[in-house]
Design a protein around this ligand. Structure first.
Ligand code: G6P
Length: 612
């Protein structure tokens, strides 16, 4: 949700900013821009569209260099994608200040009105331009440094932000600030950077500090100083990136999404292996004590998007193994639903990025209610990970494609582990069953690999069905949860309308949409539901649907009505969602490729959603 980068040092900042922007493009790609100090002053170049458009525009500007600048890639909120609404925004009549922003300033209309009264003329419809003019207004004619002015400006802002600010007063200084939006500061030798995340700094440095809410940093080539709200200097711990640049590169694949789909055996295995020892579930460093799990009256699973779908699977498996009541909620609904949260409840917030605004708000709400909060998060040291009482990291590695695949698989792995641990703490798992569960979890990466080997079959199916205007996914129980994720994958990247239905529910209305040639992907991996699902398949084939069936190895129902059948290798059926999703991810991928869609950066979406 908007990417910010900034550089100050000795080298030419432009290629460094551009590289940083390319690596942040997954956060939003409606427009892009940079502001850099040149011999002629502060130069701003920005344009609607992708970073490549900006690069082209920069080339048209002829050669110039700069050792300090800020850049931005935008996911539009206030004001549509346009050159004018692109960041950076200039503040002041003579454009002395430039600002890049990620987040939403809620009281911008009020502030804009006030500033207009003081003669400020606005060029855009954005909330961000208000910040730029406000800083100029507060700074002009006062003998204070930019950081002090920014601190003052922040106290007038309502809403959320990560900000990068530069001013003509000092052409080697960047001031950065954050509230509820991520911002890190990369520490180099004689150079420093600001960025929305690690991918933008890793080609220059592995050392960074994380800015916390309400802090302001002054970033210069030779030093970084961080202040709190009171203006006191804060001592910040230095972190080190623990993965390689290659993990954030395509490595020969046509798209990040395909690479990440293929990485799922490893993502699953890396999440599970360190937590299993000698056939026992062992992970104790995140506050999930046996006592807490025994006493939990209710487990709330809270998430958005695919993480919510992982939560649906998690709920089923935790309830089945742990026999404790679980609910799964979309974070944006949970937070405004006056939820009943009791002190002994356990709230599990699932998030790849660890920055999703609604999930973070739900986490804080659960904490205020006194519940124990556990984050299942992929990005190390992200806000949700830091604020939760305990964190269980999914070790999927950096995920770049907007549509999640490997992080989703790793979330399932983490939830299976939690389910087993809940069952064990509540005395429902004897040693033998625990050993079997652990064996099954350790076996799953190989089974995922086997599913991936069916890639050619899926590619063929995608080419056959790519021109369909609508696809239905049907399943019951865990298969319904997997169907939800499959449907989301297809629609988000290929723009084909699709719906997931609990197989028994379709007949209550939506079956009216089934007509000759409609594609229905049916799932049948849960033994006790085979017959029921077969009946539902018959209901749709009788109305002309073409059915692709994804079925367990031992599925013995009548498949004569199905056009194609994809079989899962043998597995514990409670873990089948980890296998059935693989061909459906590949199907979505290849349909999107067939339809010439921008697979890694689907229209209108962003990977990290830091606004409500
Ligand atoms: C966005 C992404 C989805 C993701 C959701 C939740 O909508 O496009 O792929 O599932 O956010 O993100 P999180 O980082 O919290 O898992």
């Amino acid at each position: 949700m908007c990417g910010i980068v900034g550089f100050t040092g000795q080298e030419n900042a432009l290629p460094i900013l551009m590289r940083g922007l390319y690596s942040l493009e997954y956060r939003g790609y409606d427009s892009a821009g940079i502001a850099a100090f040149t011999e002629d002053g502060l130069k701003v170049i920005k344009t609607k569209g992708r970073i490549s458009n900006l690069e082209e525009k920069l080339r048209g500007e002829g050669s110039f260099s700069s050792t300090c600048g800020i850049g931005h890639t935008r996911w539009a909120t206030h004001g549509g994608p346009s050159d004018r609404n692109s960041h950076p925004h200039l503040g002041g009549r003579d454009g002395k200040v430039a600002v890049v922003h990620n987040g939403i300033i809620e009281n911008y209309l009020f502030l804009r009105g006030q500033l207009e009264k003081h003669g400020y003329v606005f060029q855009s419809e954005t909330d961000t331009e208000t910040v730029a003019h406000l800083i100029d207004y507060l700074h002009t004619g006062r003998q204070e440094d930019l950081a002090q002015t920014v601190l003052k400006a922040l106290s007038l802002l309502r809403g959320s932000y990560a900000l990068g600010v530069v001013s003509m007063d000092d052409s080697s200084e960047i001031v950065a600030a954050r509230r509820d939006n991520p911002l890190i500061i990369g520490l180099g030798e004689g150079e420093n950077m600001i960025a929305s995340d690690i991918t933008a700094i890793i080609s220059r440095t592995r050392r960074y500090i994380i800015l916390d809410d309400n802090e302001v940093a002054v970033v210069r080539p030779d030093r970084v100083t961080v202040y709190n709200q009171l203006g006191d200097v804060v001592d910040k711990p230095v972190q080190e990136v623990n993965w390689d640049l290659s993990a954030a590169e395509k490595g020969g694949y046509a798209h990040f999404m395909l690479k990440e789909i293929m990485e799922q055996p490893r993502a699953f295995s890396d999440t599970v292996r360190p937590r299993i020892q000698d056939g026992e579930i062992v992970f104790e460093d995140n506050g999930l004590t046996d006592e807490r799990l025994r006493e939990a009256g209710h487990i709330h699973l809270i998430a958005c998007g695919s993480a919510y779908h992982a939560g649906m699977v998690g709920k089923a498996v935790i309830e089945e193994l742990g026999r404790v009541r679980c609910s799964v909620s979309v974070a944006s609904e949970f937070r405004y639903s006056n939820p009943i949260i009791r002190e002994k409840d356990l709230c599990i917030v699932i998030s790849q990025s660890g920055e999703t605004a609604d999930s973070l708000a739900a986490l804080r709400q659960a904490q205020r209610a006194g519940a124990f909060t556990l984050a299942v998060v992929n990005v190390v040291s992200s806000t949700i990970a830091r604020e939760a009482d305990g964190v269980l990291y999914t070790w999927a590695g950096p995920e770049i494609a907007v549509a999640t695949t490997k992080a989703y698989s790793a979330q399932l792995a983490a939830l299976y582990l939690i389910a087993a641990k809940v069952a064990k703490a509540r005395g429902l798992l004897d040693r033998q069953t625990e050993r079997e569960l652990c064996g099954a979890l350790l076996q799953l990466p190989d089974s995922i690999r086997e599913m991936l080997e069916q890639i050619k079959t899926v590619q063929y199916l995608a080419s056959k069905y790519a021109n369909r205007s609508s696809v239905f996914y049907l399943g019951r129980g865990l298969d319904y949860a997997a169907a939800m994720e499959a449907s989301l994958k297809l629609k988000e990247i290929s723009y084909v309308h699709s719906e997931a239905y609990a197989a028994g529910e379709l007949k209550h209305g939506t079956i009216s949409l089934i007509e000759e040639g409609t594609l229905v992907v049916a799932l049948a991996t849960q033994r006790h539901l085979y017959e029921k699902t077969v009946s539902n398949i018959r209901e749709v084939t009788a109305r002309g649907a073409e059915v692709v069936l994804i079925a367990a190895e031992d599925f013995d129902g009548d498949v004569s009505a199905c056009k194609n059948v994809i079989r899962l290798p043998a597995c514990m059926e409670r873990f089948a969602a980890s296998l059935s999703i693989i061909p459906m991810q590949l199907f979505a991928y290849y349909v999107a490729v067939e339809r010439s869609c921008d697979v890694d950066k689907p229209r209108n979406l962003a990977k990290s959603v830091t606004v409500e």
